[in-house]
Design a protein around this ligand. Structure first.
Ligand code: ADP
Ligand code: ZN
Ligand code: ZN
Length: 735
């Protein structure tokens, strides 16, 4: 006879990197791994996830507390997903409780039941339809609601009712109690007419890629689809998805944060004859739970989501696709610093299915893996149909006189497009009016009080803003140092370019697209709609415009400040620059009309630009990989970055020096190399002084063995209590 386990091991969101033991009540069901429990924790009552059960704890029994309540009747996170989360916690050195809670929608973290309900809809009952309106005479509010509902026999949702009357809820409650209104719930997966669009005849290259993907179905494989912009990668995805769902499988599609546009979702829905769930940051908590639940129950055949969707439970998951796999938004930059692409590959390996990475500009790591044979390389070398690669020309700024940031050849090219009624796009990665406010009499530069940075001028809102900490000040008209009124903005931002264009081309319709101009909900959609409808001639924007958009009538792309990113402290900055430029250049000439890309630069000889002009990302990649190898950087080495910050000037560096000292006795310098602790490139941000220590190792295992031993020491290091510190495994941003 077996004896029931008496202990549950529970993951609880807490900075402590371990699980906690609790007693199980002698009666009642034994919880399974992946179920939630409510437990006492300190003076609080918290929700945790059961990791497993055991007969005994290492702690004496009298120290243990009982579980208060079991919250689920079945595991919310299936065993393989639990295994993935445990791996991620160990690999990224982040507490298991926090990691588990990342995988759950917020409402479930709070202990709410998993029964997800769609939004409520209110409709009149048959009884109410038969009544004369006079019945509600004594309550004008009820009368108004009944009148509105009479006009909408299909019922109204909360948002519509709030339009009818702001304080509708109490009156509605009374109508429900009296039997005049019934409540129904919208399904979590809206029923839409699906699959009404036909797939195009695939090109030979698309067919070949599709065949390889089909051949690896049902087993682990990592495929890298390298397709130039406009080569039809999405069509390859759609075909692969179609095959998986025809066999009853589910597909997870991960896209970059700004890649998840309504257009993309519509394109998928329009083509797939299957329910699609979408997980993104714009959802409210209820919608998120709803979508998550359709994935977990297998109702949703396809889940499209951003980074954190990689942890969505999907019982029939058979393929993960990562679009624009090089995109930095797949890496979480604070807290649990995981990389969704790498986690996805691990997940595919654990659950034994293929993963497909797609990009026109793969990360050098991924390309290297393909060259080493670890990934299988698929390629789409040409644009589909009549579309030709755009002509790329470099404009040497050393020889050109700029008119508010725009050179004469670019102005001429814009003029031509206006005459031909074609669209143009001007790209620069700086929002606001100008990056610096300077006094022409004394040289004063408007600084951020909390960062080692300058404030950006936002002319429209008459503000000076720090793009690093968000601090805001009124735009001054007099220099605080000398009182002079000769204050001028130096350099260009999207606002200034927009203003310049209005002056240069008064007849043109200009659309600015950046984080400032699209803050209001729905405004990005509206702007994109105008561009698609041909209601805009010139687009000015930041990287928000660089990716994914397909504007058939756009034939000119101008890059205003290409040099930002060259010669920077971060060894990845050049890779990022080329990726961004290839992506933005890819917006030109997507349909039959030839495209042209004009790049303004002070360094036309930089090899990064040559590769762009030859449309050969691999040419750039080969040279960049050789540099990485020589410098002993990823993918030829593995990195971890220990960061620390404190409001006190020297505390962070002091802690890192101590950490450096601990490391020296732990490991031989041939195996793991530690750089000297240094202040971060922008040392002070939001009032905190920041410093970092880079760890480098030739082998991943050596790095992780070292980190395990080192972290034990760091947790006991007294200086560590005076600072905020964190470890970033496989860091992407080096500052
Ligand atoms: P990518 O994802 O590589 O940028 P898309 O899949 O968006 O490319 O395709 C670019 C354009 O080409 C889209 O308008 C798409 O409808 C079209 N397209 C893709 N494949 C084909 C094909 N085989 N035949 C005709 N048009 C295609
Ligand atoms: Zn001054
Ligand atoms: Zn600041």
């Amino acid at each position: 006879m077996s004896v029931a386990p008496r202990i549950a091991r529970v993951a609880i969101p807490s900075p402590l990197a371990r699980h906690f033991d609790y007693l199980l009540p002698p009666e009642g069901p034994v919880p399974l791994a992946g179920m939630r429990v409510r437990v006492p924790f300190g003076r609080q009552d918290v929700v945790g996830v059961v990791l497993g059960t055991a007969m005994d704890s290492d702690l004496p029994r009298e120290k243990l507390k009982y579980i208060r309540r079991l919250l689920d009747v079945e595991p919310l996170l299936p065993p393989k997903l639990m295994e993935l989360l445990a791996w991620a916690s160990a690999y990224y050195r982040y507490p298991i409780g926090e990691v588990m809670s990342t995988a759950l929608p917020v409402l479930l973290r709070r202990g709410l039941p998993v029964t997800a309900a769609g939004a409520k809809r209110y409709a009149l009952t048959d009884a109410a339809h038969l009544l004369a309106p006079e019945v509600f005479k004594r309550s004008p509010l009820q009368q108004r609601l009944v009148r509105a509902l009479t006009e909408h026999s299909e019922g109204l949702g909360a948002a519509a009712l709030a339009e009818v009357a702001e304080n509708w809820r109490d009156a509605m409650k009374r109508l429900v109690t009296r039997g005049y209104v019934r409540i129904s719930e919208e399904p979590c997966l809206p029923v839409r007419p699906a699959g009404q669009h036909l797939a195009p005849q695939l090109t030979v290259a698309q067919e070949e890629s599709g065949a390889v993907i089909q051949a690896v179905a049902g087993k682990f494989a990592c495929l890298l689809l390298l397709g130039v912009t406009g080569s039809g990668k999405t069509e390859v995805y759609l075909r692969a998805i179609g095959e998986v769902i025809a066999r009853g499988g589910q597909v997870l599609v991960l896209v970059p944060e700004i890649g998840l546009t309504p257009q993309l979702v519509t394109r998928f829905e329009g083509r797939l004859n299957a329910p699609v769930a979408v997980l993104h940051s714009g959802l409210n908590e209820n919608e998120r739970l709803c979508a998550w639940q359709t994935a977990r129950t297998g109702q949703a055949a396809v889940v499209i989501g951003t980074r954190s969707a990689v942890y969505t439970p999907m019982p029939n998951l058979a393929l993960i696709i990562i679009d624009e796999e090089h995109d930095a938004s797949f890496k979480q930059q604070d807290g649990f610093r995981y990389h969704a692409r790498d986690v996805a590959i691990k997940r595919a390996r654990l659950e034994n299915f293929p993963v497909l990475l797609g990009s026109a500009t793969p990360a050098l790591e991924s390309l290297h893996n393909a060259q080493q044979g670890r990934y299988q390389l698929l390629s789409l070398p040409e644009r589909t149909g009549a579309a030709q690669p755009p002509r790329v020309a470099l404009l040497d700024l050393k020889r050109l006189k700029l008119n508010e940031g725009i050179s004469p050849p670019l102005i001429e090219a814009l003029q031509e497009r206006l005459q031909r009624k074609e669209q143009s796009l001007l790209f620069l990665n700086r929002r606001g009016f100008a990056p610096v406010l300077m006094c022409h009499d004394c040289g004063w530069l408007a600084p951020c009080k909390r960062c080692d940075a300058r404030l950006t001028i936002h002319q429209r809102s008459h503000k000076l803003r720090c793009h690093h900490c968000g601090a805001e000040e009124q735009l001054t008209t007099a220099c605080p140092a000398c009182g002079s009124s000769k204050l001028h903005g130096i350099g260009e931002g999207t606002e200034r370019i927009e203003t310049a264009l209005m002056r240069l081309f008064p007849q043109a319709r200009i659309e600015r697209i950046d984080r400032d101009s699209t803050r209001r909900k729905g405004s990005l959609e509206e702007k994109l709609r105008r561009v698609h409808a041909g209601e805009a001639d010139i687009l000015v924007g930041t990287q928000m415009l660089a990716k994914g958009h397909d504007f058939p009538n756009l034939t000119l792309v101008g890059v205003l400040n290409a040099d930002q990113g060259l010669y920077s402290a971060d060894f990845r900055s050049e890779e990022r620059l080329v990726q961004q430029l290839v992506q933005v250049a890819g917006r030109a000439g997507r349909a039959g009309k030839p495209g042209e890309v004009l790049i303004q630069t002070f360094h036309p000889d930089n090899p990064a630009f040559a590769a762009l002009a030859h449309h050969d990302y691999r040419e750039f990649a080969n040279y960049a990989l050789a540099e990485r190898q020589a410098a002993h950087y990823p993918p030829f080495a593995h990195l971890a970055l220990l960061r620390a910050e404190s409001p006190k000037p020297d505390a962070a560096l002091a802690f890192l020096r101590a950490a450096h000292g601990h490391a020296e006795v732990l490991v031989a310098a041939e195996v793991v190399q530690l750089m000297d602790p240094v202040p971060s490139p922008m040392e002070r941000r939001a009032g905190r002084y920041r410093a970092q220590l880079l760890v480098q190792a030739g082998a991943r295992k050596a790095l992780h063995d070292f980190l395990s031993a080192w972290l034990l020491q760091l947790e006991n290091e007294k200086l560590g209590r005076k600072v905020r510190w964190s470890l970033d495994v496989d860091p992407l941003e080096m500052y």
